[in-house]
Design a protein around this ligand. Structure first.
Ligand code: GAF
Length: 401
């Protein structure tokens, strides 16, 4: 059954045989390059994947929000008030509560809906299952309440949900690409306000991308991610103290400046990643535009090395997947993608080499991961969030542009 059909069936089961008002969808993402640069106000280059979160919803009068999810094994329907009493709780509905809270400025009388949620973005796979739920929720509210919100603003609101309700001080990348991504394109995002973005065609006759999930669960809510954010800020502070007074974020610094300051070894490594990754991302965009896949692949490999050695966010399983991929003929490059500490790799390769890559991963990965299997899929850039059914014609039109 498709995700859409499954969500419609769940809506009926949870709320009865009543017509819904809207169906919305928001995808997960893969980042081609530009990792841990977004909160340093640098550049990232992600694209949307076909796996997505679908919500079927009906607006209700008043402020009662009821939510059913296919991931809720016991079938429990959660309920909360969509008004100023909203606060974080200790379950997944924070990803929706926090978004509802962000839209109360547009709907001061409060928000109410019945919603069924189904997603095929792997949970904890580093493919932004949480951002896709947030952006789907925001898209649903906009459609139910006929709000016209700029997609960048939508992304910023969803990021606030992460900060305020989910305890993750994330950057803007995941929410931005889920809200603004376009089919067949990667998006070079300048994560410095006002967030300029440039579409870059990705894929073609002979080039494909394979995502390999290490099946080591990734979570950003522990201390490692906030630690990295803090270490980057420490590096900027030290650079300012050394006379580079304009370095507010690592995006403002150069490797030359870094070479001339004395920093604790670990902070130095973190800063080196942040600065070099930003440069790599800009070079990668040029390589992609020029169709220079050999260079793009080389930059991806360098990115992985830097994430592994300087930023220390890779895992032995991700390293194994990258090494296996690089041993296959026709592979241009491979790297971990997303926040790290588990999750997925992304590999750029010739189409004809896909069977060899899949065979190599299925043979070698279990040997190097204590018997784990990786889950792989070929992907091409998919469309960002959209209203699939219902809502205004304008909303559907805007979403399809
Ligand atoms: C996670 C975060 F949510 C993003 O903002 C980004 O920092 C990414 O890790 C690393 O590039 O996905």
């Amino acid at each position: 059954m498709s995700v859409l059909a499954e969500t419609k069936a769940l809506f009926k089961k949870a709320f009865g045989d009543v017509p819904s008002d809207v169906v919305v969808s928001a995808p997960g993402r893969v980042n081609l390059i530009g990792e841990h640069t977004d909160y340093n106000e640098g550049f990232v280059m992600p694209f949307c994947i076909e796996q997505h979160t679908v919500i079927v919803a009906k607006r209700t009068s008043g402020v009662r929000c009821r939510v059913a999810s296919a991931n809720q094994a016991d079938g429990k329907v959660f309920e909360f008030a969509g008004d100023s009493s909203l606060a974080p709780v200790d379950n997944w509905t924070n990803y929706m509560r926090g978004v509802v809270a962000q839209y109360l400025c547009d709907v001061p009388a409060g928000i109410g809906f019945d919603a069924a949620v189904v997603s095929n973005v792997p949970l904890g796979g580093g493919l932004s299952s949480s951002a896709s739920l947030e952006v789907a929720t925001a898209t649903m509210i906009e459609a139910l309440y006929s709000l016209r919100i700029d997609p960048k603003e939508k992304a910023l609101r969803c990021q606030q949900c992460e900060h305020k309700f989910c305890n993750t001080p994330c950057g803007i990348m995941d929410q931005f690409i889920s809200a603004c991504g376009k089919k067949d394109k990667a998006l070079l995002i300048d994560c410095r306000p006002p967030f300029a973005a440039e579409l870059v065609p990705l894929g073609g006759e002979d080039i494909v991308l394979v995502v390999a999930n290490s099946n080591v669960k990734h979570s950003l809510s522990g201390s490692e991610y906030p630690d990295r954010v803090r270490q980057c800020q420490e590096a900027c502070k030290a650079l300012r103290a050394a006379g580079h007074t304009k370095v507010n974020f690592l995006r403002d610094a150069t490797l030359d400046q870094l070479a001339k300051v004395t920093l604790p070894a670990m902070v130095l490594r973190r800063a080196r990643h942040g600065i070099s990754e930003n440069e790599r991302t800009l070079r990668a965009k040029d390589a992609l535009l020029a169709g220079d896949y050999a260079l793009l692949g080389k930059l991806m490999v360098e990115s992985h090395k830097s994430l592994k050695e300087d930023y220390e966010v890779s895992t032995p399983e991700l390293d194994a997947l990258v090494e296996i991929a690089l041993s296959v003929d026709g592979v241009y490059g491979s790297r971990m993608t997303g926040g790290g500490f588990g999750g997925c790799t992304i590999t750029l390769l010739r189409k004809a080499s896909v069977p060899a890559l899949l065979a190599a991963i299925s043979k070698e990965y279990p040997k190097r991961s204590g018997g784990k299997q990786a889950t792989c899929f070929v992907t091409t850039p998919a469309q960002g969030a959209c209203v699939v059914e219902g809502g205004s014609r304008l909303a559907r039109l805007c979403a399809s542009l």
